[in-house]
Ligand binder design. Structure first.
Ligand SMILES: Cc1cc2nc3c(=O)[nH]c(=O)nc-3n(C[C@H](O)[C@H](O)[C@H](O)COP(=O)(O)O)c2cc1C
Length: 186
């Protein structure tokens, strides 16, 4: 069975991100075709990116936190990124978490769950472009949540029920592509 990491996309103390990531995990846990793990980038305490050599050239990471992060991403076959939108892009915390590594991401699949006042779709498209370089294949189906209608007072996550079916369809694609891509890494 493939292992899929549900990656958080915000690290600020007052984030709503974890509520969304935990909801995705609860939907994923109804499945029996893959293992799912919530991977909270905040727990890895990655410093602001400061590596002297890009990960595409060397995996001799200077930051000890990056070594731990590398081990986690290496274990996983696919991902679901749960991303908010900050000024039309992803957060600097998520960007750093991606930038720290290279081979650990290679030839794996990902789905995206986005949210924001404009559903986070611009951030999601930004993330799709970023992920092309470390060779992460992003599936088409995406859950896009509104800060105005899927949250109470923009703080408490109360998603419209129809999003669950979208998440399951996205997970169908992520599991299928993660399984297929595992064969080319072996
Ligand atoms: C610096 C900043 C910029 C933002 N820019 C956007 C934006 O461009 N588009 C959008 O839809 N929401 C934007 N928002 C609203 C966020 O989507 C909203 O605050 C959300 O709760 C952030 O996710 P988090 O609470 O998990 O960190 C922005 C929020 C912040 C803090």
């Amino acid at each position: 069975m493939v292992k899929i990491g549900i990656i958080t996309g915000s690290t600020r103390d007052s984030r709503v991100n974890l509520q969304v990531a935990e909801w995705v995990k609860s939907i994923a846990d109804r499945r029996t075709d893959a293992e799912f793990e919530l991977v909270d980038i905040k727990n890895y305490n990655l410093p602001k990116f400061n590596e002297p050599i890009p990960a595409i050239m060397s995996q001799d990471y200077q930051a000890p936190e990056a070594k731990v992060w590398s081990e986690k991403i290496s274990e996983l076959d696919g991902f679901v990124f749960v991303t908010p939108e900050y000024n039309k892009g992803i957060t600097s915390g998520l960007k750093d978490a991606i930038d720290y590594l290279y081979v650990e991401w290679n030839n794996k699949a990902a789905g995206i769950v986005s949210y924001g006042s404009t559903l986070g779709v611009t951030a999601a498209n930004n993330l799709r472009l970023i992920l092309t370089v470390p060779k992460v294949a992003t599936v088409g189906t995406q859950a896009a949540l509104s800060l105005f209608t899927d949250f109470e007072e923009m703080r408490t996550f109360k998603p419209a029920p129809f999003h669950e079916e979208t998440v399951q369809t996205m997970l169908n694609e992520v599991v299928a592509w993660s399984t297929a891509l595992k064969t080319i890494r072996e």
